[in-house]
Structures are given as C-alpha cells and as structure tokens.
Write a protein that binds this ligand. Structure first.
Ligand code: ADP
Ligand code: F6P
Length: 320
C-alpha cells in the first residue's frame, strides 16, 4: 500500500497520541503517505482528512486525549454508511486504515475490511476489555490515576473511621476495579463479571473488619455494577458506620500516559503499519506475553481473558 489513513474512535484513552505518532512515522519510513482522519468514523464518512508529516505528530507523545479527536457514530451500524465511508476513502486514494479504539470500533473495522477497505485495529481503551490482548492502551495510565485518587480517599476514610465506596469506569468490564482493589488494598471489590451477595460480600466483611481492628473500609465498585450512592446509604444504615460514595468519572480517561502505555502504543503502531504495508487487513494488533501479535478481528473479539477470577480471589485473601 502507498497511502493509508489513521483514526481514533470511541472513548479516548491516554496513549492514543503515541499510537498515532508511531503509525505516522513508521508509514513515512516505509515511503507510504498517511492521512489523519479527524473525529473517528464520523470524519471518515465526511472526508475529514489531513495529510500528516513527521512534524504533525511532534510533541504529542506526552499528552492525553487524541489530537485526531474521537466520536461515537451510531450510523456506522448501517451497511450503506460503511459503504459510503469506503467510497470516500477510496476516492481520496486511501488503500488501508488503522483504527485505534475499543471493541465497538473494531466491529466497524471488520465491516470496513469486509466492504473493501483493509483495516487494522489497535486496542485503545482504558477498559482493557478486549479478549485477545493482555493489555489495551490507556489501561495502565487509568489504573495509576485511580490509584492516586483512592490513596487520597483512604487518608480521609482512615481519619474519620469511615467506609468509602469508589465507583470506577470500565463499562461492562471489571478490570480497572479488580486491579486497583489489589493495588490500593481495598476491603472489597464488586465487578459485573462476578455475581455478588450484598450481605455476604459487603456487609459481613465490614463487620468482620471492625472486629479485627480495621478502622476504615474501601470498597471498589465497577461502573457496570453501579448504584454506589445507594449502596453507601444501605451500608451506613445496616452497619452504623458513616459511609461516603465517590464516582470518579472522566478524570480516569485523561492525563499524560505512563511509560508502559507509551511503549505499548508505539510497538502496536509499528506493527499495524507493517501489516498494511504487506497488504494485510482485518486484524487486531495485540500483546500476548510481551510479544506483539495479531488476530483476525472477529476471532480476537471472541477470545476471553482468563486471569480475572484469580485476581478476585487474591483480593479477598490480601484484604484480611
Ligand atoms: P469503543 O470502540 O471504545 O468500544 P463504542 O462501542 O462507542 O466505543 O464504538 C465506537 C464506534 O464504533 C461507534 O460509535 C460506532 O461508530 C462503531 N461501532 C460500534 N459498534 C459497531 C458495530 N456493531 N458495527 C459497526 N460499527 C460499530
Ligand atoms: O470505554 C471507555 C469508557 O470510559 C467506559 O469506561 C465508560 O463506560 C464510557 O467510556 C463512558 O463513555 P462517555 O465518555 O461517552 O460517557
């Protein structure tokens, strides 16, 4: 391929800029032209293209968000809109595309590939909810942001002998919740993938902790479970322990990417361009056991990560 495009789609994630930079500079090094496509799939359909050079991606590595901007484009579920996107890209001479986004964006990438525009997906989402890859770009940075917030909440919860509920992002996935629960020594973690019993999994541990001499409790609740404000009221009513809820929200999506996210994004960007340079599309780039690999898009989306149950068991043991 001689000319490719790159776009960011779905929720932004820290490290997307590092991936865009890697795509642009790798393509230029292979004497390919690269067009940045603004505002995700909406920009693809509407031809928001801009040719990129090495300087277009200077000084972006350390910034959160995405210089290309992102969007959610519900019309992309319609085959005629996907066809229009392929026609617009082909009219601009774009022969292949890199899509940096989450699982929804990858379903769009599969549709584009099937409609005639070879597309490679790079996993960029704080949720880490893409089965075929150990890590997604943005997850590590979000974890560190949440860790900083929870450490601060622990200070005040301990001073007032309170229970604090912290609701973290992750849409239908509990990876952020499970990881920070371990990293911040939470007394309990509630994730959507694992059913829970309010009395047995929340109230009883709080009462047991009191007997064991613990003076504060942190309970991490994943967004996919939700209801943290109501949960706090119920805990206070049943246990008599003052309880506060904090919904962390979009603070988790911003900020300068960690070294891990910059490295992952750079390695994945290089690999994505290598695939397109060889004329290969309909792939998800992934990291498995620290190796950069790629999978067929549908197969990759159907794969499952296995380590969540072990992490949740570990959390129980370590929070005694
Ligand atoms: P993410 O990529 O972070 O999971 P979304 O689920 O919002 O974010 O998806 C981003 C965009 O991808 C959507 O706004 C839509 O344009 C496109 N998309 C999502 N699901 C599909 C689908 N099943 N078919 C085609 N396009 C889709
Ligand atoms: O997919 C990333 C994410 O931050 C999810 O964790 C969350 O559910 C969703 O995006 C929030 O989306 P929005 O920014 O559109 O409110």
């Amino acid at each position: 391929m001689k000319r490719i495009g790159v776009l960011t789609s779905g929720g932004d994630a820290p490290g997307m800029n590092a991936a865009v930079r890697a795509v642009v500079r790798t393509a230029l090094s292979k004497e390919m032209e690269v067009f940045g496509i603004r505002k995700g799939y909406a920009g693809l359909v509407n031809g928001l293209f801009e040719e990129m050079n090495a300087r277009s991606v200077s000084n972006i590595l350390h910034h959160g968000g995405t210089i290309l901007q992102s969007s959610r484009c519900p019309e992309f579920h319609k085959p005629e809109v996907v066809q229009k996107a392929v026609d617009v890209a082909k009219n601009a001479g774009i022969e292949g595309l890199v899509v940096i986004g989450g699982d929804g964006s990858f379903r769009g990438a599969r549709d584009l590939s099937e409609t005639g525009l070879p597309t490679v997906g790079i996993p960029g989402t704080i949720d880490n909810d893409i089965g075929c890859t150990d890590y997604t770009i943005g997850f590590d940075t979000a974890l560190n942001t949440v860790k900083d917030a929870i450490d601060k909440i622990r200070d005040t919860a301990q001073s007032h002998e309170r229970c604090s509920i912290i609701e973290v992002m992750g849409r239908g996935a509990g990876y952020i919740a499970a990881y920070v629960a371990i990293a911040c020594g939470a007394e309990a973690a509630i994730i959507p993938e694992q059913p829970y019993d309010f009395q047995k999994d929340i109230i009883q541990p709080i009462l047991d902790n009191k007997k064991r001499g613990k003076e504060s409790n942190l309970i991490v609740v994943a967004e996919g479970v939700g209801g943290s404000v109501e949960m706090a009221k119920c805990i206070e009513m049943i246990t008599g322990i003052e309880t506060r809820a904090t919904v962390l929200g979009h603070i988790q999506r911003g900020g300068s990417p960690t070294v891990n996210d910059r490295m992952l994004a750079s390695r994945m960007g290089v690999h994505a361009v290598k695939l397109l340079h060889e004329g290969i599309g309909n792939r998800i780039v992934a990291v498995k056991n620290d190796e950069i690999v790629d999978y067929d898009i549908l197969e990759g989306l159907q794969m499952e990560k296995s380590f969540k149950k072990d992490i949740m068991k570990m959390e129980r043991v370590l929070s005694m």
